[in-house]
Design a protein around this ligand. Sequence first.
Ligand code: MSP
Length: 524
Amino acid sequence: MNSRAYITTPIYYVNDRPHIGHAYTTTICDIWARATRAMGTDVFFLTGTDEHGVKVEKSAAARGISPQALADENAAEFQRVLATFALTNSDFIRTTEPRHTTQVQAFLRKLVASGAVYLGTFEGWYDEGQEEYHTENRARELNYKSPISGKPLVRASEQNYYFRLSAFADRLSQHYADHPGFVRPAERCNEMLGRMRDGLQDVPITRTNFSWGIPMPDAPGHVVYVWIDALLNYVTALGLGSDDVSTNGRAHYWPAQYHIVGKEILWFHAVIWPALLMALELPVPRCVYAHSFWIADGQKMSKSLGNFIDLPTIERYTTTYGLDAWRWYMATQGPIAATDSDFNAKHFHETHTNDLVNTVGNCPSRVGAMIGKYFGGILPGDAEQGGSWPSRCAGSVEKWERAMAAFDLVGASRCAMDLLRQVDAMINETEPFKLAKDPANAARLASILNQCAQVVRLAGVLLEPFLPIKGRELAMAFGGVPDAGTPWDSRRTYGVLAEGTPIAKVALFPRVDRPIESVPATPA
Ligand code: MSP
């Protein structure tokens, strides 16, 4: 892993209220950012809001307010949500901020000057809801309907500025060939390659039919297409490449290690964006990672069905189970791979019970209780020096580190859980409560409990990015060492708890009686 890394979420449309989709993408990025920071990497984690475009203009008009007022209101809501989810983003960018708009204009001037952007006429199949054009082939594949809203695609033509995407076909293919992990998971990469084989058409990047956007420099009446404006957020936030904006000392974070996006916006990120960067002579991101979708109780979530897991619903879960349990469910049961995941109250409840109550909660509580009972809450010494644990733990930690670096959050979570399960197994096999009955076993008992405590502490370290609140409680109970600033080399190592360290009993995850009733899909 590099000494610094940059991870981004998509920037969210302000004409929507925050819902599980936004919470999900941001939470998985947060877990990665926390884990990667823990390993000693300087991580810049960006999220923000996408505030221009015809949809925002229309929603604002419908409410009789200005688009800026609507954007302000909803951007504030997104920021409030970040605060309640304890997300550790380094910055929050809004595309109506001057630091963004002036740089977007500077980038567009460069693109015009280099010939990558030109004025021309375009005709194509347009998805009005997504503000996206499709090629003839793709439109036919889609049955001339929006894959998102199901509404018919319309035939549209405009005089516009175009981005010469076609000119980058070879360089893009070469890039994909040279960097097999550029788009992940592999299924999604193949999908992009397939679509690229259909041919790349130049992309209109300005609009004249509305005004809520960044004015195209030197082209009165043209505003920059919202997607081009939005994609550039990843570099404007770093103050990159613009001659007219003073740098903000963040340019060294580029290129991004990970752009985490949903599968429906992958084309923009995996094809248009790298081509734009190539045109701007900037390095392309290392990996664009596309997750799949949450569905609700077996049904696609949609505004018209009214079954979106919205903020009030999420808050019922976080109040009942706690924020960490929410994060755990997002990270371990979510659609991080190529298939969709079903959000379901019963499944949430079972995951909470099995993983968090019965394992992450129960194991440290057993170990803490026995150290309390047999050693007065003070860690006894281990004459066996950890037995096979130091090497087993080192193996698990390395696996966790590799999984995290590869954005395999599920794999990383399993490494931590496995350690706790192994502790449980050791307790079940060695039966310390029986050994305790005979003073002749005192040394063996001390070793077992020392080893259990060492492993629990270490598992807590590996769990902390997922469970920041409970992970900290666990760290405080097992040694009480404040972790901030402690080098990773010592945190990741078996056996750092010295004999004599106070160990407290913790009850991390109280049992919850019954599942929250699933949200019925009621038409909005
Ligand atoms: N504004 C664009 C992104 C521009 S990035 C340069 C956009 N915004 S969005 O508000 O629609 O948010 C999209 C994010 O939420 C995507 O990552 C998307 O995949 C995620 N989700 C929206 N619904 C979702 C689910 N049902 N499940 C999981 N995530 C989904 O697109």
